[in-house]
Design a binder for this molecule. Structure first.
Ligand code: PLP
Length: 262
């Protein structure tokens, strides 16, 4: 049987904890061959992002069209897209190439507080990209931004927002509960059709959690590429992120908020 191939369409994080670098490590760790189309570069370390340089959209298109013309892609993960023109470019390419699975991590703001998607691009992402994806994996602030509401503070609000996101067009939603730090558990909500499943893991206390969102979404893409059923892919991906967080303190990379251990 051919090796499953996953593609990440995302941005470089030179510190290796998030972005394209995290995606490729995760693909490898979970048994998928990794391919990557870069849409932007960041300058960043474990303290934050100091600059963003985008790739011209015509060259993003060329990267995607050249890759798809030759390589069978089993699953796509989409990460940081930086601006509305890049969102449009990626949407157009997905419409041309129609990969079997698309996982969208709607990256907006880094944990350091740096903005990674321009404000006016949120609407393009919601209106054009969301309806094309098989699953969207927002954290609570991203879900709130997409819905134009305040971040959920109660279980009921989180549940309502997870279902509302599916009504915006994403086929499935994994709403990540990690930002509700008052809770001893980190509970994610997986909505598939009318079914809502709560996925809980005990919270890992560490300042080294850079790249958890990138890791989770690329883990889902790798497992879908391997043929896992949806429920299994989401559960296994969360378990992988929990392990990556537990091992993070052993890395000692950088002096700020360090990366998780892929
Ligand atoms: N840099 C890049 C290129 C990313 O794609 C992301 C998140 O997706 C981040 C930084 C932020 O990562 P975190 O919020 O985990 O620090």
């Amino acid at each position: 049987m051919a090796t499953p191939v996953a593609l990440t369409i995302a941005t470089s994080d030179p510190s290796g904890g998030a972005g394209i670098q995290a995606d490729l490590k995760t693909f490898s760790a979970l048994g998928a061959y990794g391919t990557a189309v870069l849409v932007a570069l960041t300058a960043q370390n474990t303290h934050g992002v100091t600059g963003i340089q985008t790739i011209p959209t015509a060259f993003i298109t060329e990267q995607l069209d050249t890759l798809f013309a030759d390589v069978r892609i089993d699953a796509v993960k989409i990460g940081m897209l930086a601006n509305a023109a890049i969102v449009d470019t990626v949407v157009d390419a997905l419409e041309r190439h129609r990969p079997p699975y698309v996982v969208l991590d709607p990256v907006m703001v880094a944990m350091s507080g740096d903005r990674l998607l321009e404000r006016d691009a949120v609407r393009t992402l919601r209106d054009r990209l969301l309806p094309l994806v098989d699953i969207v994996t927002p954290n609570l602030p991203e879900a709130a931004d997409l819905l134009g509401v305040e971040p959920a503070r109660t279980d009921q609000e989180a549940e309502d927002q997870a279902r509302a996101l599916r009504e915006l067009g994403a086929k499935r939603v994994l709403l990540k509960g990690g930002h509700r730090t008052e809770s001893a558990e980190s509970t994610d909500l997986f909505v598939d059709g009318d079914t809502l499943v709560r996925l809980s893991a005990s919270r890992v206390e560490t300042k080294n959690s850079h790249g958890t969102g990138c890791t989770l979404s690329s883990a889902i893409a790798a497992l879908l590429a391997r043929g896992f059923a949806w429920g299994d892919a989401v559960r296994e991906a969360k378990a992988y992120v929990t392990e990556s967080l537990r091992a993070a303190d052993s890395l000692g990379v950088g002096t700020g908020n360090g990366p998780v251990h892929h």
